[in-house]
Design a protein around this ligand. Structure first.
Ligand code: SF4
Ligand code: SF4
Length: 423
């Protein structure tokens, strides 16, 4: 492993605290990931990335910055990567998925804020995440209340741009979102010093569509009766997709998909025949939040699909590539992104339709509806989601959790009982 201490020092990181974080991650990864058997060989790429998660990609980003490129840190799947890429910018995800950062976030936020927001703020304020140090601009959005207020704290000493999200999906809301995307493009152009042309935007749309297509191929393989990859491994691929270069992400996901398709042909499964198939739906799982998947997959079941922002919401639906003018392209982008069904919208019946469709497509035996503690949106929507599943005769278990291990045994007991109940 290369030595990145000099780089972290230059980034102004708190090296002492960061050492503590680095000390726990390999054990956690080893316990959760390396203990699995018969993993696809292609996963070695993601294992390598995780082993140096604060080294390899940050060093690449810094090299690109030296060439004059700007890095945009984002927190939500509604922020259109295409616009940034078209201006030769780079996008990196910034959502925090570790309990390590939560106490830092609680110093400035109410405890009753969701762990994802607390961890993100804690990672910034504690100076223990290189991605937060590297990003030249943060891009927030007005999705949930917790995030809206967190931007005011996060944006104190770094340029912060906030996209105003509609709360509904009527024609006039989509029009508003199109205007918002155009405004964002203007900001990105100014910040990078690069004009967005129809040619560049066309190429960027294609790059991101290709990435979606490759991720979708991996998911497609998970529909097979024999399960060629664990839910944990698929989740890891998705989590890193938020940080990686999009072209490399596509290549790696395609390579993994090739292997999975071959496994399906050969009848190679990572779980014994008859293992119960679970769809996980709910709040996103930012890296290194592997808690729920690990509990499910060590309780006799397999996760075969995630209807989350670190799952199907990230890659389903493509931007129409036919647009020739910027105006047509921005409209196509607005329409694709308004097809994402997050609980911050009302009504959000599209999400229930998605869950019922995915349950069928992935032949699931049951659904686990997960809510990050203090996420009022997904918690409230859980009522509608769980009722729709029950009405459709699909067993569902609703759970609420955070990033700590305090409830792990209790969750395990409930999940084991649920899996047993599936027969
Ligand atoms: S859950 Fe909603 S707010 Fe959070 S990342 Fe997904 S789309 Fe954005
Ligand atoms: S999980 Fe819920 S509360 Fe947390 S950032 Fe996402 S939408 Fe907001």
């Amino acid at each position: 492993m290369a030595n990145y201490r000099g780089m972290w020092e230059q980034l102004g990181m708190d090296l002492e605290s960061h050492d503590q974080l680095c000390a726990v991650l390999p054990t956690a990864f080893g316990d959760v990931y390396l203990s699995q058997e018969n993993r696809p060989e292609a996963m070695s790429f993601w294992d390598m990335v995780v082993a140096d998660i604060h080294g390899i990609r940050p060093a690449e980003l810094i090299e690109e910055q030296k060439k004059g490129r700007k890095v945009f840190g984002t927190f939500c799947v509604y922020v259109p990567d295409e616009v940034v890429i078209a201006a030769d910018g780079i996008v990196t995800g910034l959502c925090g998925g570790s309990q390590f950062w939560v106490p830092g976030g609680e110093q400035v936020l109410p405890k009753s804020t969701c762990p994802l927001i607390k961890a993100s703020v804690g990672a910034r304020l504690g100076r223990t995440c290189p991605f937060f140090r590297i990003a030249d601009m943060y891009v927030g959005e007005t999705t949930c209340d917790g995030k809206k207020k967190a931007w005011e704290i996060l944006g104190k000493d770094v340029p912060m741009y906030i996209m105003d999200m509609p709360q509904m999906k009527r024609e006039k809301d989509i029009e508003k979102w199109y205007e918002e995307i155009k405004d964002f493009a203007g900001v990105v152009e100014k910040f990078t010093g690069n004009a967005i042309t129809p040619e560049k935007l066309k190429e960027a749309i294609h790059i991101v569509n290709e990435k979606r297509r490759a991720l979708a191929r991996v998911y497609e393989a998970r529909k097979a009766d024999c399960i060629p990859i664990s839910g944990k491994d698929a989740l890891l691929m998705m989590q890193i997709a938020f940080f990686d270069d999009p072209v490399r992400c596509t290549q790696m996901a395609d390579k993994l998909a090739d292997e999975l398709e071959q496994r399906v042909k050969d009848g190679v499964s990572v779980f014994p025949e008859g293992t119960k198939r679970i769809l996980v739906t709910g709040t996103p799982m930012a890296i290194p939040n592997w808690k729920l998947h690990h509990i499910i997959e060590t309780s006799g079941a397999a996760v075969v699909c995630e209807e989350t922002c670190t799952g199907t919401r990230y890659f389903e639906n493509y931007v129409d590539e036919a647009g020739q003018t910027l105006d047509e392209q921005y409209r196509a982008i607005a329409e694709r992104y308004m097809g994402i069904n997050c609980a911050c919208f009302t009504p959000n019946t599209g999400r229930v339709d998605d869950i019922l469709r995915l349950a069928k497509e992935y032949h699931v035996d049951g659904v686990i509806d997960v809510n990050l503690k203090f996420c009022c949106l997904y918690d409230t929507e859980g009522y509608t989601v769980e009722k729709a599943l029950k009405d459709a005769g699909i067993p569902v278990l609703g759970i609420e959790t955070d990033y700590t291990d305090a409830d792990a045994e209790q969750l395990r007991t409930r999940i084991e009982a649920f899996v047993e109940m599936l027969g």
